[in-house]
Write a protein that binds this ligand. Structure first.
Ligand code: ADP
Length: 803
């Protein structure tokens, strides 16, 4: 404890507990230099934690305050702008500050700090200390306090006595888990002529040295590959003052952009670029670029980006999932070369920090990444592109539950930048923005190849059955497949269900096999040695047997199609067909997805079978036929957005056909040919779909006519989860905001139990979060605190996209 006045740091301390959701004051010891955004170690109760300095105050009464234990960074890891973003996340999504910081800079707190006990300098214990074994433990392991405590209370007391007697001392250890990737370089320290001359002199005696000198004469600087240039060869050159060896942050090696790779824009693209560029000159604005599939939206983005970069600005491009869009990233890399930073979850923390630093230092002016790239530290943001803006993956499903589209708009407003939302199937929310005058609509109504959109034919599977065809392929789809392959073209078959079969069903009694730990049926998957039942939620796996556990009959069979079965049917019917499958199961391995895309693009396969992964912006010029094997699988989802999602998926999948210089065709197989989403996809009529869907959302009062928030309580004891949801509901009912809130009755969430944890929810509807925020958050924290004490959890998803 210190007295008097001093400089004080307000610190956000790492951790998930609710009590950490504030700033803690710590005295900055005299002579210590620390600025906001830097990481520090602070004492907290008995132990130490890492934190981030949020602000510094002068001349503060320091009574009762403890001092910072250590400063980790001299250069702050967070910029002031990012700190404001974190604060905004707290306000908008009811996040705690540490949660918000972890979202803005993943790994921000990723240092391990601990308080350990080590022997004092002599490390000697006087003879009268009787606890030799305990001392030995301390002497060789530098144990943490928690470890000593885990041994016993008596041990802890002993160590405290030693501390006071000076036999041992406490030490704070900080293990930096985030290593920047550093790399050694050899640099030339003399003129090229001198180096060449020296090389000539050494050519016979020291061939390696000569090689290094020649290379440096030409390139001035090369990465130091120690196998090619062993230290034995380098050291004499360094000693002679010809060469220097330095270590620094690795530069990204990438090919320079290929000039002349810019195709001439079509008239529609030209006027879109013109309209958007004009908006960009006017500062902040939001535009919705509605371009049909294959209309060349990407080309429009790239022109806008080039303009922003040419003017000294930075651009941010968000894509739904970076792993699914290797083609798009390659296109950008070809155009912009090493001006690009790619941020994705596959990066190690070190690599991420490195890309982050390139952005921060302005070395990279174009950032591409998924959701979390929206927090990239750009100082000169001019343009934000959100590609496939209708994709649900822009919303983070875990705390802090942010929506990257909203964050992007907030950032762009702060920075005076333009936001371009791009899609062939704009979300209702974005089109509604246009309707309210909050965004401007720019359209690309035709394809870049000037060909019509592929005709979409709907096949009524009821007729097939009546006609005696029991195959999963209608006669029409079978014939088109054969024709496509025989003409040397390619086909894509889409089914939104992975696995072999949707479920295992008893033909005798109707029993369906359920997961023992979750309230969900098991999916059938094929293995080399037979079928298994797998839970997609908890991973439970068991063999599929014939005998039904409910009635004892040998009548359990796979039921409902999955992608594995489609693949098997293809190979059975046309053994010579070359088939690739792209779903979660075939793309888990690193690089597997890229390899599938690559092989299909090269023409190594005739047919690609896949789930929604294949609907996200892939561009295969040789695809003539797209077949939707069973549209019904996505028409029945229990979600208010099921129709919207189905229409988007169908349109996007259909859009994979006929993208280059051939015509394409799309066939949709279904038992519900009259369904609104299918009819609209068939006629490529976004407008019709929008109008109808908008009408029903307005009637039933769903977004965009209100906003939703979902409170979810989870506990391994059902009554506690149910009780928490009921309590939350009661708190809301008696809050002053009750009149502004429509609260749906508390009840089990979509899947009541996952991995033996019960889940109960409360759904709220309201017009504006600001009006109800205070009361909702108060009720939430109250219940959450109690739930945490009881060993459960509670989360609040503001602006929820799913209920
Ligand atoms: P979208 O993103 O709208 O689906 P893309 O940007 O992927 O469309 O463009 C579809 C195809 O058309 C791509 O193969 C692209 O290279 C090509 N393309 C786009 N614009 C042009 C253009 N102006 N001239 C020639 N080809 C173009």
């Amino acid at each position: 404890m210190t007295r008097g006045t001093a400089r004080v740091a307000e610190v956000v301390v790492e951790g998930t507990a609710l009590f950490l959701d504030k700033r803690f004051d710590y005295v900055i010891p005299p002579g210590v230099d620390v600025s906001p955004g830097a990481r520090v170690v602070v004492p907290m109760r008995e132990s130490v934690r890492s934190g981030i300095v949020w602000a510094v105050r002068e001349d503060v009464d320091t009574r009762g305050l403890r001092a910072l234990a250590r400063v980790i960074d001299r250069v702050p890891v967070l910029t002031p702008h990012q700190m404001r973003m974190a604060e905004w996340l707290c306000d908008r999504y009811a996040a705690t500050l540490p949660e918000a910081v972890s979202a803005v800079l993943p790994g921000a707190f990723r240092v391990r700090v601990r308080k350990v006990v080590v022997p004092n300098s002599e490390g000697r214990v006087p003879n009268d200390v009787k606890d030799a074994p305990l001392f030995a433990f301390v002497a060789d392991r530098a144990p943490e306090w928690s470890e000593i405590r885990a041994r016993s209370r008596a041990d802890e007391r002993t160590v405290r006595i030693w501390l006071e007697a000076g036999f041992v001392r406490e030490e704070i250890r900080v293990d930096e888990a985030v290593g920047e990737k550093r790399r050694a370089y050899l640099v030339a320290c003399a003129e090229a002529d001198v180096l060449r001359l020296e090389a000539e002199r050494r050519r016979r005696r020291a061939r390696r040295q000569a090689e290094i000198l020649l290379r440096l004469a030409a390139e001035r600087e090369v990465p130091w590959d120690r196998r090619a240039y062993p230290p034995a060869s380098v050291t004499p050159l360094v000693e002679a003052g010809l060469v220097g060896a330095v270590e620094r942050r690795a530069k990204r090696e990438s090919a320079p952009p290929e000039v002349g790779d810019w195709p001439e824009l079509t008239p529609y693209q030209t006027s879109a670029v013109r309209a958007l560029a004009e908006m960009a000159r006017g500062g902040h604005g939001v535009a919705l670029l509605h371009g049909v599939t294959g209309s060349g939206k990407t080309e429009v983005y790239m022109h806008l980006i080039r303009a922003a970069v040419d003017e000294g600005g930075q651009a941010l491009v968000l894509v739904p999932e970076i792993a699914l869009t290797p083609q798009l990233v390659q296109r950008f890399e070809r155009r912009f070369g090493d001006q690009i930073a790619v941020l994705h979850s596959g990066l190690s923390l070190g690599e991420r920090r490195e890309e982050w630093t390139r952005v921060l230092e302005g070395e990279a002016s174009v950032v591409i990444g998924a959701r979390s790239a929206v927090f990239a530290p750009m100082h000169k943001l001019r343009l934000v592109v959100i590609d496939e803006e209708h994709e649900p993956s822009y919303k983070q499903e875990d705390a802090p539950h942010y929506d990257a589209r909203e964050v992007a708009m907030w950032r762009a407003r702060e920075a005076g930048a333009l936001v371009v939302l791009g899609s062939a199937t704009p979300s209702l929310a974005s089109m509604f923005r246009v309707e309210r005058g909050e965004a401007r609509l720019v359209s690309l109504p035709v394809r870049a190849n000037r060909r019509p959109l592929p005709p979409v034919d709907v096949i009524d599977m009821r007729d097939e059955l009546r006609g005696g065809n029991r195959s999963i392929f209608s006669r029409r789809l079978a014939a088109e497949l054969e024709r496509t392959v025989s003409e040397g073209m390619q086909a894509i078959l889409f089914l939104n269900r992975r696995g072999f079969a949707h479920a295992a069903l008893c033909r005798a009694c109707g029993h369906s096999m359920e997961c023992p730990r979750c309230d969900i049926h098991l999916t059938v998957h094929r293995r080399a040695d037979g079928h298994v039942l797998l839970c997609h939620y908890c991973g439970h796996e068991e063999p599929l047997v014939r005998r039904c556990p409910a009635c004892g009959e040998d009548a359990l069979v796979p039921y409902g199609l999955g992608t594995e079965q489609v693949e098997q049917h293809l190979l059975r019917t046309w053994p010579e067909m070359r088939v690739l499958r792209m779903d979660l199961d075939t793309t888990r391995r690193k690089g597997a997805l890229e390899s599938i895309i690559d092989r299909f693009q090269r023409g190594d396969a005739d047919v690609l079978v896949g789930t929604q992964m294949i609907a996200k912006g892939l561009d295969f010029p040789r695809v003539r036929l797209v077949g939707v094997v069973a549209a019904d699988a996505m028409l029945t989802l229990p979600d208010y957005r099921a129709n919207e999602r189905a229409f988007q998926l169908l349109t996007q999948v259909a859009g994979r056909a006929g993208r280059a210089d051939t015509d394409g065709i799309t066939l949709i197989q279904t038992y519900q040919p009259g369904h609104r989403a299918i009819e609209a996809a068939k006629s490529h009529d976004y407008r019709m779909f929008y109008e109808r869907e908008r009408e029903s959302r307005e009637f039933f009062r769903y977004p965009p006519f209100c906003e939703l928030a979902v409170f979810l309580a989870s506990h391994s004891e059902e009554r506690l989860a149910r009780g928490a949801a009921a309590r939350f509901e009661r708190e809301l009912a008696r809050s002053p905001s009750a009149a502004s809130l429509t609260v749906l009755p508390a009840g089990p969430s979509g899947i009541r139990r996952i991995d033996n944890v019960y889940r109960y929810q409360v759904v709220m509807k309201y017009a504006a979060w600001q009006d109800v925020k205070e009361d909702v958050v108060r009720a939430y924290r109250l219940v959450k605190e109690k739930m945490n004490r009881l060993g459960g959890s509670a989360v609040l998803d503001v602006n929820a996209q799913r209920i």
